[in-house]
Ligand binder design. Structure first.
Ligand code: ADP
Ligand code: GN1
Ligand code: MG
Length: 362
């Protein structure tokens, strides 16, 4: 959809939310790779997060929104018991004028609105150890709150989302098809993945043998999916609940490390800048374990460093697959963006391999 088409649709959809008042401002917001996010301000001065859900990535938005409603209700009950700030502890879905949690527009796209959690900020890079510790604590706490959520009630928003062997197979299929003729230029990256075939199976094997429990997890634990209080920099809530599904705790840990403990940005092209910051790794681990409140098993704790390596390798595999397939999944802002992101992830995997012993000791 072109920018103009998107803007035209936005008008149609906002008319379905007339109860919020007249919209005075609506502009692109945030740095997510999947949904189209807009910051919207009504004439009452109230702010909203307005999103077009990427329904190629999320094929059944109705069911995904049901997940979000039931998970946020569960979280609110937990926070109420802890006498916390219920209003700000989780995202709040704003219904349409007819009371629905989303709106389907005339060309079949899905849109939703959240209350903007005021006096909060999101961060794309770790600015202090303290805030990374708190990010770990917040994601750990979320896992604790969800530990008694009935997993069978959850719809699997993206099938095999963090099933790394399946991601590996998807890459092999993309290589075979080579729809854009890009395979020849990424032989080094393909070999890098193939050399790690055995490693890719680690967590699925641990699950199959009963060593690794399936839990209800967030599955997209990037730093910018935590809202921090703008003055105290305390974590206020975890957002982006689209992928809450059964998963492994070690992957929630791992994806935060992949993104936040990298000394470079996710798409850094100067690979000499890419490395694992062991100090940040330790800091996050401490926060996450505190947040989980003793709920992780001995095996899960032992597998935390594997989770970090797995999520980094898997994310690199996903970027590479998308590059080969012609950039249809992740939003890009330059032609080689997905390849740059892939190379950066693989450089980080290499550094994690070098630091495996230290990670284990921590
Ligand atoms: P994506 O799946 O594309 O990453 P997100 O749901 O993470 O979409 O939203 C994108 C950005 O919008 C977030 O990183 C955050 O900055 C902002 N955002 C989302 N929800 C809220 C909210 N309830 N209050 C304030 N900001 C929000
Ligand atoms: C996507 O939506 P966003 O930007 O928070 C992706 C994650 C990746 C991440 C890489 C639904 O997250 O799985 O790890 O990009 N989300 C989905 O930055 O695929
Ligand atoms: Mg996000």
């Amino acid at each position: 959809m072109t920018r103009e088409e998107l803007c035209a649709k936005r008008e149609e959809v906002l008319a379905a939310y007339s109860h919020i008042g007249t919209v005075n401002y609506c502009e692109r917001y945030g740095s997510g790779h999947i949904n189209d996010t807009f910051l919207t301000v009504s004439n009452t001065g109230k702010r909203y997060i307005f999103q077009r859900i990427n329904h190629v990535v999320f094929p059944e938005p109705e069911k995904m929104m049901e997940n979000i409603l039931s998970v946020t209700e569960h979280i609110r009950k937990k926070v109420e018991l802890e006498q916390g700030d219920v209003e700000r502890a989780t995202i709040v879905v704003v219904p349409t004028d007819t009371g629905a949690p989303f709106y389907r527009d005339s060309i079949g796209c899905y849109w939703r609105m959240y209350e903007f959690t005021e006096r909060t900020v999101t961060k794309d890079r770790v600015e202090s150890k303290k805030e990374f510790y708190q990010c770990g604590e917040a994601f750990g706490r979320l896992q604790g709150w969800l530990s008694d959520f009935p997993a069978e009630k959850l719809y699997e928003a993206i099938k095999d989302f963090h099933n790394t062997p399946v991601r590996y197979q998807n890459l092999m299929r993309a290589i075979e098809k080579d729809p854009k003729g890009r395979v020849a230029e990424v032989q080094d990256e393909i070999n890098f993945v193939k050399e790690r075939f055995e490693f890719v199976q680690t967590l699925e094997k641990a699950y199959a043998s009963g060593d690794l429990p399936l839990r209800v997890t967030h599955n997209d634990t990037k730093l910018n999916n935590i809202l921090f209080d703008e003055t105290t920099v305390e974590p206020v809530c975890a957002i982006d609940l689209d992928t809450i599904m059964p998963g492994y705790s070690v992957n929630d840990f791992g994806d935060s490390i992949r993104f936040g403990a990298n000394t470079a940005a996710e798409d850094e092209t100067d690979l000499s800048k890419v490395s694992l910051d062991l100090d940040l790794y330790r800091t996050y681990a401490e926060g996450f374990l505190k947040g989980c409140g003793g709920k992780l098993t001995k095996t899960e704790i032992e597998l935390l460093p594997i989770g970090a390596r797995m999520m980094t390798l898997e994310c690199g595999i996903r970027f590479l697959t998308d590059y080969i397939e012609g950039d249809t999944y992740f939003r890009i802002s330059r032609p080689s963006h997905n390849l740059d992101r892939c190379r950066c992830q693989f450089a980080l995997v290499l550094d994690m391999e070098r630091k495996a012993e230290e990670m284990k000791l921590i």
